[in-house]
Design a protein around this ligand. Structure first.
Ligand code: PLP
Length: 387
């Protein structure tokens, strides 16, 4: 096993100890929420409710019923897009999106939805508010969908006022929060977000196999899946109300138990504290990499404009070679290549080879960053043993 994990943008590691314990406890206790009136089923139901409430508190939403559990961010994004958009609708998005957005939109385009991509700045990855607003000015625009934080270069999109503007122009406002949830403070009410998709397993520090879609009051989505929900069992018609309408099938209870423990950890620690710690680590990595002559860094210079993903290249090396050597010789885990975001790499000029992406997490230590920087330094000086 590698000793230094710097791939938190893929999935956070390690998790708080309470998460491991909660997953095990849920597996040992058993029970399926909404399926039965015995002790285990009711305990499981309470746990699911508490997890929804914790999400509502974290993201400042009044009704926790508006949080629909999914198995990851991709499912949440698909539920939102296929549940909302019809042929003839227009959706405005950016050139810095993940394939979790790009591919469903491509499929919807084949089915008659118009997709408009607004260019992000190649140096910073930022899309200006005015460019997004201009692109939305068309009466068929149904949705504006923005990647809140880039999974390639970490850029945080400036969103203030965009939700209000969308309301005034009858456009729904959706965020892909895969890289922002749990990493930066997010107030869905203040941002006036209509749809928010996020995984539980990245910044929220929960287990893989968890995620959610927040659906604002008044928005009706056609379900992706139909089936048993535990409610209205007498009827062969899918329930009309949330969250049941969009939650068919047995829950990932161990995963959600872990997510609940993670949300409690986040609440006790405070998202501001997590953000401050991660910003320190980002600054340390940025300044260390800037001191290495042959490093080319991508994305905003200012750590405050970034969440945890930092991309760079080393002159003369293919990113995959660097990733391989870091893994094999240094026992350091980073992610190299296109990061499921070819559009983003086209935008910053790193397609098709991509970049080396390093993404620290709340539990990353200074020593780990020093080891990583030393390895890159030695690599840059051609001192790593050739394989
Ligand atoms: C920006 C962004 N959106 C969506 C996703 C998809 O998340 P998941 O793998 O949980 O479905 C990711 C995953 O890396 C991401 O970084």
């Amino acid at each position: 096993m590698n000793s230094i994990y710097l791939d938190n943008a893929a999935t956070s590691h390690p998790k708080p100890d309470s998460v491991y314990l909660a997953v095990q406890e849920a597996l040992r206790t058993g029970g399926s929420p909404g399926r039965g009136s015995h002790y285990q089923a009711i305990a499981a139901e309470h746990l699911i409710f508490a997890t929804r409430e914790a999400l509502a508190k974290l993201f400042n939403v009044e009704s926790s019923d508006r949080f629909v559990f999914t198995s990851n961010a991709t499912t949440a994004i698909n539920q939102a897009l296929f549940g909302l958009l019809l042929p003839g609708d227009r959706v405005v998005t950016t050139t810095i999106e993940h394939n979790a957005v790009v591919r469903p939109l491509r499929e919807l385009q084949n089915r008659g939805v118009e997709v408009v991509k607004v260019a992000a700045d190649p140096a910073t990855g930022i899309v200006t508010k005015s460019a997004l607003q201009d692109a939305c000015l068309c009466k068929t625009t149904r949705l504006l969908l923005v990647n809140h934080c880039s999974n390639v270069i970490g850029s945080i999109q400036p969103l203030t006022g965009l939700g209000r503007w969308c309301k005034e122009h009858d456009v729904l406002f959706m965020l892909d929060g895969a890289q922002s949830a749990g990493s930066i403070p997010i107030d869905l009410k203040a941002l006036e977000v209509d749809l928010f998709a996020a995984p539980g397993h990245k910044g929220l520090l929960g287990p893989q196999g968890t995620g959610f879609l927040y659906v604002n009051e008044g928005i009706e989505l056609t379900p992706l899946l139909y089936g048993g929900t535990g409610a209205n069992s007498h009827s062969d018609v899918q329930p009309e109300f949330l969250p049941e309408r969009l939650e068919s099938g047995t829950f990932n209870l161990p995963g959600l138990a872990g997510l609940y423990a993670a949300l409690q950890f986040l609440q006790q620690t405070g998202i501001e504290q997590i953000r401050a710690r991660e910003t320190e680590l980002i600054e340390k990595i940025l300044s260390g990499l800037r001191n290495i002559e042959t490093v080319k860094l991508y994305g905003p210079d200012d750590a405050m404009l970034r969440a945890g993903a930092i991309s760079f290249n080393l002159m003369k090396y293919d990113p995959s070679e660097v990733g391989f050597l870091l893994d094999q010789q240094e026992k350091i885990s980073v992610r190299v290549g296109l990061h499921c975001a070819p559009d983003a790499h086209r935008t910053i000029g790193t397609y098709p080879h991509g970049t080396i992406r390093v993404s620290p997490g709340y539990f990353t230590t200074e020593t780990e960053i020093d080891c990583f920087l030393l390895a890159i330094q030695r690599f840059a000086e051609n001192k790593l043993k050739s394989l």
